[in-house]
Design a protein around this ligand. Structure first.
Ligand SMILES: [Fe+2]
Length: 226
């Protein structure tokens, strides 16, 4: 369980980095001490809540481009919401260091920065659809803003379904957020970054050749224990 202070930081900042957090237990056990662990996407490969994902740098590939690694390879990942193309993205993601890489950064950008720089009425009118029916098994229209205050965003797995969305996509592809993000290195076993996926976008910096053995594990949480 997080301490009162850690919960306060997560609530106010929308994310928290905890160095060497319970380094000797596995990620699912760790997640269960923090909150309610949920499956990444109900139907995705039959994954259950007990499962976790292992993220390792990979070279880009030319076919089956269904992951960021397969598309961007060792390059920088753009800012995104995890599982933005699902009807309701998971509220929290928890990243945990297995094999560290000091030079690789996970960047966290508050969605508020978008609200501060883009007309809210126009944001509310942006409608997207999932890029690929095979991933979500649905082609429901996905509003950029959900619950009036949260943003889902993914430049790869969401496609604009109206002109407002197209304009926003173009704006996001051009804007630079340098200096407005918080950056963390998962460098030591157990280093843990919990991100509120509804309040923030996140990205990964490029991976230099020497750090391609980096290993990070990921689970999702629907709530944090009080
Ligand atoms: Fe992500």
């Amino acid at each position: 369980m997080l301490t009162t202070q850690q919960k306060h930081v997560l609530e106010t900042d929308g994310h928290i980095f905890i160095a060497e957090f319970l380094p000797n237990i596995d990620i699912v056990s760790c997640g269960k001490t923090v909150g309610k662990v949920v499956a990444p996407l109900t139907l995705k490969s039959g994954l259950k809540a007990e499962k976790f994902e292992t993220l390792t740098p990979k070279n880009a590939i030319t076919s089956n481009k269904n992951t960021y690694s397969s598309i961007f390879g060792l390059g920088e990942f753009p800012y995104h919401t995890d599982l933005a193309h699902s009807s309701l993205p998971p509220k929290y993601l928890l990243l945990r260091c297995v094999k560290g890489a000091e030079s690789v950064k996970t960047n966290v950008l508050k969605s508020q920065k978008i609200f501060d720089n883009y007309n809210y009425t126009k944001l509310k009118k942006c409608i997207f659809k999932p890029r690929d029916k095979l991933i979500t098994r649905t082609l429901l229209p996905l509003p950029l803003i959900f619950d009036d205050e949260f943003i889902r965003w993914d430049s790869v797995f969401l496609l604009p379904a109206n002109k407002n969305a197209e304009n926003f996509q173009n704006w996001m592809s051009e804007i630079k957020w340098n200096g407005l993000e918080d950056s963390y290195s998962l460098s030591t076993l157990g280093d843990t970054l919990i991100i509120n996926n509804w309040m923030n976008l996140h990205s990964r910096s490029l991976v230099p050749e020497k750090d391609r053995s980096r290993i990070v594990e990921r689970i999702y949480l629907s709530e944090i224990w009080k």
